[in-house]
Design a protein around this ligand. Sequence first.
Ligand code: ADP
Length: 572
Amino acid sequence: MTSDTREEGKKRLKNAQGQDSSKEQCETRPERVLLLEDSQDDALLLRRVINREWPKCEVLVVQDRGGFESALSVGDPTAPAQLHAESSKPGRKYDVILSDYCFPTYSGREALTLAREFAPQTPFIFISGMMGDEIAVECLKAGATDYVLKDRLSRLVPVTKRALKEADERARRERAEMARHKSESRLEQSNRELRRKNEEIQNFYHTLSHELKTPLTSASEFISIVMDGLAGPLTATQSEYLSIARDSCRQLRMCIDDLLDATRLDTGKLALDFKPASLPALVQRITAAMKPQATEKSIRLHEEVALNVPLIAMDEHRITQVVANLVTNAIKFTPWGGSIQVKVEPAPGQAGLVQVSVSDTGCGIPRAERDRIFDRLYQVRAGDAATEKGLGLGLFLCRELVELHGGRIWVESHAGGGSTFVFVLPAEQQALRSNVLVIDDDPELLELLKLTLSSDGYNVRTASGGWAGLAEMRRQRPDIIMLDLAMPEIDGAATLKEIRKDWGAVPVIVHTGFAEGELMQQALESSPFTLLAKPSRPQQILETVRKVERADDTTIWKRNHFGLNRPSKSQP
Ligand code: ADP
């Protein structure tokens, strides 16, 4: 290396050091230091050391208890306000407190206690002529930030810098934590507000639907009376027009009924009445009733019913609604001359389940739409007024009702190649297992838990986080919840708190790898739960869920499935 390049290198290094130290100064420069020191010489020396490093730093020297107390505004009721007003750094009147340890009439330990009470955020450093290790450790335990021996004052500046840096970081963390708390409580508040508004809207829909239903029923009745000739003879044209009016009333009534059911589901007021019933008989009744409608479009509607289908526990009215909805859709979306087949059979390859399928030769459903058609208010826009009648609630209600029965619904379809809507219901009462909602942000674990629990016959739904889990619960109240604790956005403890607030005593299994942590403490504060430590083996998972199922007040659930009225979903 030539001497020139060496010089350049040195210059660069110097510059870099200069930049570094100015950056550090900028981060850690104290503006006001409080110095408790009874020796004037020592105070002068310390002030010099401080001002040599930070020339603009103001050093307030106090010599005894009185001076220290008034510097800390002890006894001044407006002190906290002053603390904030006087300092550029919130909560700190002084950036650092330096204190001797031994005084004739005061002690460093007392000064420390006072400082921790009146200036808890401010770093407190002892500067002492002699301080044994034991005393130093005790002082640190009592809240001192550090200590410097008077014969090693060269440490004062680095120790002060470090203390300031730590205090700044702590203050930044606390501010961030406060901001987090604030935004969490704002979020909680707006969630509450949204829920309240949602309830208001639901109540409004409910009232409106009822109010519309009464005059509509009366209009339909009078149309029927006139059509039956009870008000005198009708011309063919009059009959035709009245029949259109009656169809419109029927259509309107179906919309209102869907709306009412959707609000009932949302508010947990949809009560199911489970009784053993025959699915084949139910299907035969529906196809017989709907044949005229199909015939109007020259559609062949026929059913195929297996002989070995057992009676199953269901709410007949609601399953009739599901099948009728599927057949109505099939008629709507099948062109003239097509055919529709409704089949009831034991579910192929799925022991313990009965399957109903409605197949048509209609327009089919494009792949991209298939997952969405069960969503609330979703309709495929085909630009065809006849098929766009309705509110897009039909399939949503079908899915909710089937799932409330512990079943599942899906569609198999190809655009242009017809559609087959299939749903399965548990065949035997014993096969009706609890609905388990698993909330975990680990997608692989979620899949594994789903597999494990489904293989044992549980109806499993999953959610990849706390908010998603709460949304799922609003959709359908589960019998048992498996809940992870460490999750982003809203952790398990906070989710549990929400669950308890809105759903009361639904059984919760906390499934966590942090059985000792702070989250666990928080979770424990909000409610009792069953603990399952991660990692857990499939057998352990099943045993825990079974135990909870047995131990919990599942009488409500059992009663529902053994023929008595199911209580509303919102009932804890
Ligand atoms: P709505 O209550 O308005 O009839 P649904 O929820 O029953 O709505 O249906 C949602 C959408 O699913 C419909 O807009 C339609 O595009 C599609 N769909 C339903 N059944 C069929 C079917 N058998 N064939 C083709 N598309 C269908």
